[in-house]
Design a protein around this ligand. Structure first.
Ligand code: BGC
Ligand code: NOJ
Length: 812
């Protein structure tokens, strides 16, 4: 069952029913100011950091679902009836409800009792504010006497404190109101130099800033007292829970429309100009006033919206494909690229499953997010790489997370996730392959943000790999530390105390448990570094790293192979994990995909055997499961992985992030049919008709889809912020379609399903637009390339001095 449809022309998903299985959300703002918005206008906003600079409050996992957001109320002053044009919070039976989620904007439209209400929400590029652009239209033959109310609930900035420290925070709130602008200035009297504003283009009949005055005691957002009575009390809250509510009345003639702009924004004042007049406690509004005046103008709003729309032409214009499969086209051209932008922006911090107060920017996560983002805005990727490298430790290890506002490593989580450092090598490699910007390697970057510790970025990469070499176990495989890519495989934790963190508790010295996944990553990383060294003329180092890579591959073949597939790990006792000899968890997906990608066991059919085993034991209709059979009980020596019921999360769900590794591995073996088959199993658009089962948004990937052993196989959870986006983008575009940036140019090496006869693509790369046509003339994967009509050797297009090039690839 579907709850809407894709409009590819407009790059929108149109939701036609407000009560979707879960709130289906979108993101407003792609830089400093960011908002989450659901299909019924739920959600919240923040500046840069969802924990430390939260503008509006949100209660996660609330009942009714998704209560709290950017709500507007329309009131018929003749009948006294009121409703919300976005369905929530009043939940009236709306006619013609439509929510259009687009690139950085959401438009919700509905009709009720002959009145159309449409709200367009977006963040103008480069601004720290969001626009709510309301149009109300009278579709009847009668004159209508109406009221409108807006509402937001402010957060007292630190979202964790806001949700927990009531003995203090119920005494801190402060506001100011000037004309139609409500200013939220809690803690501005002391150390904050920032405030929020909520403006309205209409003169007001009244306002509220105190939640209880607006809602009435023991009343909720569905029936606020002020809306019931059509009168605001002009409350000025001191302490308590601050809200922003505007109220105005208006008349609509038959057919008449009224447009009103609301702005919710964030502003910082210079520290010595916080107050005006100086010495008072009155907010200095001189800096913000011109911004408010500008964006309250509907023409400016329309222009800003156009600029936003156009900016996506550029971003998405980097790669557009036209293949025989609409789900491929839609996801590559629009939604997966968009999701890559969002994961790049937020890592794993703020979604409807990540509360914004838990995790900051993950080191491993953000490096992987770059893989799918780097082609869109290379400059921002560059900045991110340098930020990440600056949180590396001097021994080459890495802080597992950092807080976006401070960019400092999170000490509470610490380091010793032993896969972390390698991901930096892989993201830098991807950056170089895209941009040719070799100068980045010479950037001086500190360790742990400590001044005086700076080395070149290239030296950071060397230390990253040195860290792995310094932490090898009994078989010569990398020690796992707290965990590797799989945060829940905690082989040194041995936790028997409820609530203890699986990831940061260590009860073993960690000198035995080893990871085949890190071995594969190291093999890949060292190979990349070898190529990088060769490129910068350090031939001996190139040989050295290639040797390290080869040695690790050899060690993996010797000790990481289990007769039928790659082993997952050795535990604290030196016993194999992910082996046919195990009672449960006999086979894991990660090493099968990653070892093949690293080129381990390609010659002697190990890789082929491993991928055949994946198909046989791990593939199910909803995708490839992480392991089989699931752990039926908690194992002290395995940790969090066995904490989940079978079929969920790391315990044998379809953990989507790992699926593209299998797809890529299949292309390396030349099996395009299998690669595309796996791709389509988890492709959100291809699962759209299962929306009632899948439950999450059909336009973005979720972290996991419950596996075959789960209570509800096929049910997805944790949508939006997952490395699945970046890796799937890489798998489909670079390996199946085969349009793959390399150090010395663009490579065209598709591994297509047999039934595909052809496809086209346009790729902007290093200043050149490549118009690519791929035609299948035989059943294999051999590629013959013609560039501007001339045949060339191999699959790499050499550097050209033109702005546009046509490429024809014949596949035989
Ligand atoms: C989740 C993992 C996540 C980890 C770290 C675990 O509970 O299952 O997916 O990576 O927490 O936050
Ligand atoms: C989610 C985390 O964000 C990611 O870093 C990790 O690799 C996966 N979970 C698997 O545990």
């Amino acid at each position: 069952m579907r709850f809407g449809y894709f409009n590819d022309e407009e790059r929108e998903y149109v939701i036609t029913q407000p009560d979707t299985p879960l709130p289906w959300i979108n993101y407003l703002g792609m830089n400093d100011y960011i908002g989450l918005i659901s299909n019924t206008a739920g959600g919240y906003s923040f500046y840069q950091d969802a924990r430390l600079r939260r503008l509006t409050r949100y209660r996660y996992n609330n009942v009714p679902l998704d209560m709290g957001g950017r709500y507007l109320y329309l009131r018929d002053n003749q009948s006294g009836e009121f409703w919300s044009p976005t369905w929530m919070p009043t939940r009236h039976d709306l006619e013609d409800y439509r929510c259009r989620h687009g690139m950085g904007y959401t438009i919700i439209n509905s009709v009720y009792r002959g009145l159309r209400g449409e709200v367009r929400y977006f963040v103008p590029l480069g601004q720290s504010l969001e626009v709510w652009d309301l149009t109300v239209e009278n579709l009847t033959d009668e004159v209508r006497e109406l009221s409108a109310f807006s509402s937001v609930e402010f957060c007292l900035w630190d979202a964790l404190d806001d949700a927990t420290n009531f003995q203090r925070n119920l005494n801190t709130a402060e506001v100011e109101v000037a004309g139609s602008v409500i200013f939220h200035k809690t803690e501005y009297r002391e150390r904050r130099d920032h405030f929020a504003f909520f403006a309205c283009s209409e003169p007001l009949a009244g306002f509220e800033t105190q939640r209880e005055s607006f809602l009435g005691p023991y009343q909720g957002w569905e029936n606020p007292r002020a809306v019931e009575e059509d009168v605001c009390s002009n409350s000025l809250t001191v302490g308590g829970s601050p809200v922003g509510v505007h109220h105005f009345r208006f008349t609509l003639q038959p057919g008449e429309k009224k447009r009103v702009i609301f702005l919710l924004g964030y502003h910082e004042n210079p520290v010595d100009e916080k107050f005006s007049p100086p010495g008072s406690q009155t907010l200095n509004k001189r800096g913000v006033r011109p911004i408010i005046d500008k964006y309250l103008n509907p023409e400016v709003v329309d222009q800003a919206f156009e600029v936003l729309r156009k900016s996506w032409d550029d971003v998405l214009g980097v790669l557009q494909v036209d293949t025989p499969n609409e789900h491929v086209n839609r996801m590559v051209n629009i939604w997966t690229a968009y999701q890559c932008m969002v994961t790049f922006n937020l890592s794993r911090s703020a979604s409807y499953f990540e509360s914004g107060i838990g995790r900051g920017m993950g080191f491993r996560d953000s490096n992987q997010d770059l893989l799918g983002f780097v082609q869109m805005v290379p400059d921002r990727a560059r900045g991110r790489i340098l930020d990440l490298a600056a949180t590396q430790l001097e021994d080459g290890g890495a802080h597992h997370q950092y807080q976006p506002l401070t960019k400092r490593g999170n000490d509470a989580i610490g380091s010793n996730f032993n896969d972390d450092p390698v991901w930096l090598v892989l993201s830098v490699a991807a950056y170089l392959k895209e941009t040719d910007d070799w100068e980045i390697l010479e950037e001086l970057v500190p360790y742990e943000n400590k001044p005086g510790t700076e080395t070149s970025l290239l030296a950071h990469l060397e230390r990253a790999l040195q860290y792995i070499q310094d932490n090898l176990g009994p078989h010569g495989l990398p020690l796992i530390g707290r965990a590797d890519w799989n945060d829940c495989l905690n082989l040194n934790t041995f936790s028997d105390k409820p609530g203890e963190s699986f990831q940061t508790t260590i009860n073993q010295d960690g000198k035995v448990a080893e990871s085949v996944v890190i071995a594969a990553l190291f093999t890949m990383g060292a190979k990349e570094l070898a190529q990088i060294m060769a490129h910068v003329g350090r031939e001996e180092d190139a040989i050295h790293y290639q040797n390290l890579s080869d040695d690790m591959a050899g060690t993996t073949q010797l000790f990481g192979w289990d007769d039928y597939w790659f082993l997952r790990a050795y535990d604290h006792f030196g016993n194999a994990v992910g082996s046919h000899s195990c009672a449960e968890g006999k086979i894991f997906v990660e090493p099968q995909g990653l070892c093949t990608m690293a080129g381990i066991g390609l010659e002697d059919d190990m890789a082929k055997g491993a991928l055949d085993a994946v198909e046989r034991y791990l593939a199910c209709e909803h995708g490839v499961m992480l392991l089989q059979p699931p752990y039926s009980q908690y194992y002290l020596h395995l940790g969090e992985i066995s904490s989940y019921p079978p079929g969920y999360k790391e315990n044998a769900s379809v953990f989507c992030h790992t699926n593209p590794w299998v797809m890529i591995a299949e292309t390396i073996l030349g099996r395009g049919d299998k690669a595309l088959d796996y791709y389509l199993r988890i492709n959100p658009s291809n699962r759209e008709e299962l929306s009632d089962l899948h439950r999450c948004e059909p336009y973005v990937y979720a972290q996991m889809i419950a596996g075959k052993d789960a209570d509800r196989p096929g049910e997805a959870k944790n949508s939006w912020l997952t490395g699945t986006a970046a890796w799937n983008f890489v798998a489909i575009t670079q390996w199946i379609l085969g349009i793959r940036p390399d150090y010395d140019g663009l490579r065209i090496a598709p591994v297509l399903p047999e039934e595909w006869k052809d496809f086209r693509a346009a790729r902007k790369y290093r200043g050149v637009t490549y118009d690519i046509e791929v035609v299948r003339e035989g059943g294999g994967n051999d590629v013959s390339l013609m560039v501007d009509g001339n045949s060339i050797e191999g699959t790499l297009i050499p550097k050209v001095d033109k702005e546009r090039v046509t490429v024809k690839a014949i596949i035989r």
